[in-house]
Design a protein. Structure first.
Length: 438
């Protein structure tokens, strides 16, 4: 009875909230442009772009099947007239691909998010009407079960979305890039993003948006601390992610790849575009385009050796592969892994379990490829003798063209980067193309 009463109160609350929101929309016309601009920032632009194609399909369907719900004069949906059947009816027609296969649950979930977000924005309410919310939830409960049956019959892939790298596939992909990419800029973008999506357990968008002001020096490594990310847009749980050197495997050493990127920089990082490591408008596209080209160019035998399937890799494969690899070690602190990946550990746990550097440092050493049951796990990175002057200020500026633009935190890690490049100089001469500026 208590549960039933709770649902009844929630239903009544939702109905009251929507009625109050619709009645009060007139008052919103007095909002200043600055206030509206700030309110619009609660949803990321990348999310809005993702919603556009989903909404366009919904609008097209509405105009064809329910024209009374479309205001042809202003070109907008009459959201207040939608009933509980409209959205499930649309989803039931949109759930099939052109080849007759069912769309993934995540794709269908994107339709749901796009429409719900637009409904709440248009009517300035915080939730959908209870009957509409229930009909959509019931549809997805049935769709989930239907997908399970299709997977059982072999009519859908068991794994939705792109797969993560295995450790061997990750190394071989990096190696393939170094051997086959002749364009120096493309090589650095691919190498850097393969290494840093893996080591940071980060989304491609986060790696693309890395800035010099997010780096800082620790005792025997450096760290990256994002201001926010997709799972924590307010930045309430933003912790440093320690990045260690793999002295024994330069192919996947995070210190080395960043050293090469910085040393090859001719324009001076930070001189423009708010100190981004790469040009944000092209780096992500170049990386994903190369992944697609690579998979299409390899034979089935080559893909098998790299432990990947054609079409199975994407921008999140580094993050998926890294977290799976890290969770396979008994020494991994799962809480530290969740915090590094930006996942919630639960509201209660977050109150009582605080982030600690030790847990993340262990995860960082594992991520760079060091093995815990080997004495190499505790190895120091390549470094210069402490206390001795390495270069004069003029020499630092001569070697790093953007030196004056670097924030203090990034300047503090340059000795580690330079030491890594010097230590692995012979490997770099052998493995980098002659076109590389280094």
């Amino acid at each position: 009875r208590a549960a039933k009463g709770g649902r009844a109160r929630k239903s009544q609350s939702n109905t009251t909230e929507n009625a109050r929101s619709i009645d009060n929309t007139a008052g919103l016309s007095t909002l200043s442009s600055a206030a509206l601009d700030m309110m619009n920032k609660r949803t990321e632009n990348s999310t809005k772009d993702n919603y556009k194609s989903k909404l366009n399909s919904f609008y097209k369907w509405l105009r064809a099947k329910n024209p009374e719900l479309w205001d042809s004069v202003s070109g907008v949906v009459r959201w207040s007239l939608l009933n509980s059947a409209i959205i499930p009816n649309f989803l039931s027609e949109e759930m099939w691909n052109k080849n007759g296969t069912a769309k993934s649950q995540s794709t269908m979930g994107n339709y749901r998010s796009a429409i719900s977000n637009s409904y709440k924005d248009a009517l300035h309410c915080t939730c959908l009407p209870s009957d509409m919310d229930k009909s959509i939830s019931d549809f997805f409960a049935g769709y989930k079960r239907n997908c399970s049956k299709l997977k059982e019959k072999g009519l859908m892939k068991l794994d939705e979305g792109k797969r993560g790298f295995t450790m061997s596939g990750y190394r071989l992909t990096v190696m393939h890039g170094l051997k086959t990419i002749s364009n120096s800029k493309t090589l650095l973008i691919v190498w850097f993003h393969l290494i840093y999506t893996w080591n940071l357990a980060a989304r491609l968008a986060s790696a693309v948006n890395l800035r010099t002001n997010l780096f800082g020096k620790s005792i025997d490594c450096f760290y990256v601390q994002f201001a926010n990310h997709k799972g924590d847009e307010d930045g309430d749980n933003s912790w440093p992610k320690h990045i260690y050197a793999n002295t024994f495997d330069p192919l996947i050493c995070p210190h080395l790849v960043l050293a090469v990127v910085v040393l090859c920089d001719s324009g001076g990082l930070g001189a423009s575009d708010a100190e981004r490591i790469f040009d944000v408008s092209t780096a992500g596209d170049i990386f994903t385009s190369w992944l697609v080209t690579m998979m299409n160019s390899l034979s089935d035998d080559e893909l098998l050796r790299m432990d990947i399937s054609r079409g199975d890799l994407g921008g999140q494969s580094g993050r998926k592969g890294s977290t799976t690899y890290l969770s396979s070690f008994e020494s991994t602190n799962i809480t530290a892994l969740f915090q590094r990946a930006g996942w919630s550990i639960g509201a209660v746990s977050e109150r009582y379990i605080s982030w600690t550097p030790g847990g993340d440092q262990t995860v960082g050493r594992l991520a760079c490829g060091l093995v815990p049951d080997n004495t190499n796990f505790a190895a120091l990175p390549p470094h210069f003798v402490p206390g001795e002057e390495i270069l004069t200020p003029a020499e630092w500026k001569s070697l790093f063209s953007g030196y004056d633009n670097y924030p203090y935190g990034f300047q503090s890690i340059l000795p580690l980067l330079l030491a890594s490049a010097v230590y692995h100089s012979e490997w770099l001469k052998t493995n980098l193309p002659h076109s590389c500026a280094l």
